[in-house]
Ligand binder design. Structure first.
Ligand code: GTP
Length: 335
């Protein structure tokens, strides 16, 4: 008998975008490092990778030093290579820029996607169809904010970017998770290039396939998406109730409370409060995240808010749908 052949593969995570839609949080933390419950967004992707992935290549640019610092401190069980772009090269340019680190079939991710995708199944689908690439597709009710994909059988025949309401050719959108053959790299010109708009439409004749899946999929790149991803994870049991101090508070689950102090407040559902966060007397907090050390005073109502590390909500405030972040000693807020 011959010994089993172990093949290894690489996964590329696109993590260099500026994350403007999540400002001001992304002015001090790059989007891939924003916490989703117990770990940064990008770790949810890394932890979901199939066992055969031995190397993670991160295409970075914006705030790359913070990403580098994180991976120097945290062992994620795989080799991690950070490849910098002096100027962001777009999603396609980023893939081309890491080409010397790629060999063989590789996985590629937008770094801000949370999903229930079965990557082993997607890889098997890709190998069965034998195209230059496979795109994960997610069904949505309103595709007008997304890149829409038209299929014949499993083969992608057309792309449509952000169609006007009622004009979408299908309800399937590009979910930002791909399997590519190295040949794709030959079709990315130098410079700033968009994978979705410039590369994919040009390689349709080489065989691009669409892999549909069920479960959940969330693009965390907007405040609403971020909170939806948090909710999806909590609904699937990723909960925790371990406050540092709790005095006379009402907790309505599911929540993720880790090392936060709660006194005489009403918390939940769908609240994440991280170490050092606190919620004061008479406050109500729902569907929000309190990052490390975020403080909500007394008598506040906070709903659907993203409170960055160390931010403070003053006594008696009523906040809905806000993102707050610390900025060089002061605090910035954005509706
Ligand atoms: P917005 O500014 O809010 O649109 O966010 P973004 O800059 O992250 O852009 P978008 O959400 O469209 O990006 C999707 C994924 O691609 C994210 O994981 C980004 O980090 C990544 N990305 C976008 N542009 C670049 C780029 O120029 N270089 C690299 N390396 N990654 C990118």
């Amino acid at each position: 008998r011959r010994p089993a052949l172990i093949t290894f593969m690489k996964a590329l995570i696109l993590a260099g975008g500026m994350g403007t839609r999540l400002r001001p949080l992304t002015l001090s933390t790059p989007k891939p490092l924003l916490p989703l419950l117990d770990r940064p967004m990008v770790m949810h992707i890394i932890d979901s990778l199939p066992a055969e992935v031995d190397t993670v290549v991160l295409a970075v640019s914006y705030m790359k030093d913070l990403l580098e610092g994180y991976f120097l401190k945290h062992d994620c069980g795989r080799k991690v290579v950070l490849v910098n772009e002096e100027e962001p090269l777009g999603t396609g340019g980023a893939v081309r820029n890491v080409r010397q680190y790629l060999d063989g079939t590789f996985l590629c991710f937008n770094g801000d996607i949370i999903s229930s995708l079965d990557l082993n199944d997607m890889l098997a689908f890709h190998r069965r169809h034998g195209g230059i690439g496979t795109l994960a597709l997610w069904r949505v009710q309103d595709p007008s904010a997304f890149g829409v994909v038209g299929l014949e059988g499993a083969r992608i025949t057309v792309f449509q970017e952000k169609p006007a309401p009622g004009e979408a050719i299908s309800d399937l959108i590009n979910a930002g998770v791909y399997v590519f053959e190295p040949e794709l790299l030959e079709h990315i010109p130098p410079g700033v290039v968009s994978l979705e708009r410039q590369v994919f439409p040009n390689v349709l004749d080489r065989g691009l396939y669409g892999y549909r899946f069920d479960g959940h999929w969330v693009d965390c790149g907007t405040p609403a998406g971020y909170l939806e991803a948090q909710r999806a994870l909590l609904e699937r049991g990723r909960t925790k109730v371990a406050p540092a101090i709790v005095r006379g508070s009402e907790l309505i689950g599911p929540n993720y409370i880790d090392g936060a102090s709660l006194s005489g407040c009403r918390v939940g559902p769908f609240v994440c409060a991280l170490p050092g966060a606190s919620i004061g007397e008479g406050s109500t907090v729902e569907g929000s995240v309190l990052m490390e050390g975020a403080t909500i005073g007394r008598g506040c109502t906070v709903r659907a808010c993203l409170l960055g590390p160390g931010t403070m909500v003053k006594d008696g405030s009523a906040l809905q749908g806000r993102a707050l972040a610390p900025l060089r000693g002061r605090q910035a807020g954005l509706h």
